[in-house]
Design a protein around this ligand. Structure first.
Ligand SMILES: C[S@@+](CC[C@H](N)C(=O)[O-])C[C@H]1O[C@@H](n2cnc3c(N)ncnc32)[C@H](O)[C@@H]1O
Length: 266
């Protein structure tokens, strides 16, 4: 019997796609859109109405509080921030594509790695999208050929990330990770974090997580939408021995650019 590997692979991808979408749609209404990030385009599935998901969690918490008389602290609540596609992830996706594509001219660590890739295409560039939500930054990195670990505290987020990264699944992995306590037995050339520094109480956890997982020569890339907490994060992290470079990334339909912070150790 002759097996057409390409056809078998396409059938597998379709089956996997349908299974994932089915699991997701049991709980969430979704929309699938065509995303255009620079010259790259791909289908991206996201929660149709993130406010509704948030309301459901809030209502559930109210019910629980009435029954038990106890209110959870915000960090115990598991608010579904993963269900929103944040502008920071769109900014980080554009930044990744622009810096990688214009590697000849770019000054960032990404551009340096892209130049090195041309000389040594066998070398796998490893990235983690931490607090990945539905995975836009990681999906863009995987489209560019990077090997990506999608990591989030919330399991439903990882289902979306799996679905959205299906075309590049041979380079992708998925893992439930709590950046406060989990330590992975590996390091990454790039740690991607779109909109993860909004809460000051998380900074020291994130700092320790970055130290434990950044490979020599690599960079942490943080997308930040211009919150005052982001402004305060810059001197805070710089005071802890990180070298910081700041880039502005325009995104379609947004007046203010997304701030891109590149943190390096060497
Ligand atoms: C504001 S959302 C950003 C999501 C996505 N990066 C984006 O920009 O669309 C923050 C994300 O961090 C995740 N998160 C929050 N606390 C976390 C923790 N301790 N460990 C891992 N992920 C966490 C949330 O579940 C959520 O997906």
């Amino acid at each position: 019997m002759v097996v057409d590997v390409k056809q078998a692979d396409a059938r597998d991808a379709t089956r996997l796609h349908d299974q994932l979408l089915w699991r997701i749609m049991l709980r969430y209404a979704v929309v699938t859109e065509s995303m255009q990030i620079g010259p790259i385009s791909f289908e991206f599935t996201r929660v149709a109405d993130p406010d509704r998901v948030l309301d459901e969690v809030a209502q559930e918490e109210d019910r629980r509080e009435k029954l038990t008389g106890k209110r959870k602290r915000e960090d115990e609540l598991h608010l579904p921030y993963w269900a929103e596609l944040w502008d920071s992830s769109i900014g980080l996706a554009h930044f990744l594509v622009r810096q990688w594509a214009f590697c000849g001219a770019g000054e960032s660590r990404l551009a340096q790695f892209a130049r090195e890739q041309i000389r040594n295409p066998q070398r796998a560039v490893r990235a983690i999208d931490v607090g990945c939500g539905m995975g836009l930054a990681g999906v863009s990195a995987a489209r560019l050929g990077l090997h990506v670990l999608f990591a989030d505290l919330e399991p439903p987020a990882l289902l979306f990330a799996r679905l959205n990264s299906l075309p590049d699944r041979e380079r992708c992995r998925y893992r439930r990770v709590n950046w406060q306590i989990d330590r992975l037995q590996e390091r990454f050339d790039f740690i991607l974090g779109a909109d993860i520094v909004y809460d000051r109480s998380q900074w020291s956890f994130l700092h320790t997580f970055f130290e434990a997982h950044l490979a020599p020569g690599g960079a942490v890339l943080i997308g930040e939408p211009g919150r005052s907490s982001g402004e305060e994060f810059e001197p805070w992290i710089s005071a802890r021995g990180w070298r910081m470079a700041r880039f502005n990334q325009e995104i379609p339909g947004r007046r203010e650019p997304i701030r891109l912070l590149q943190l390096t150790r060497d």
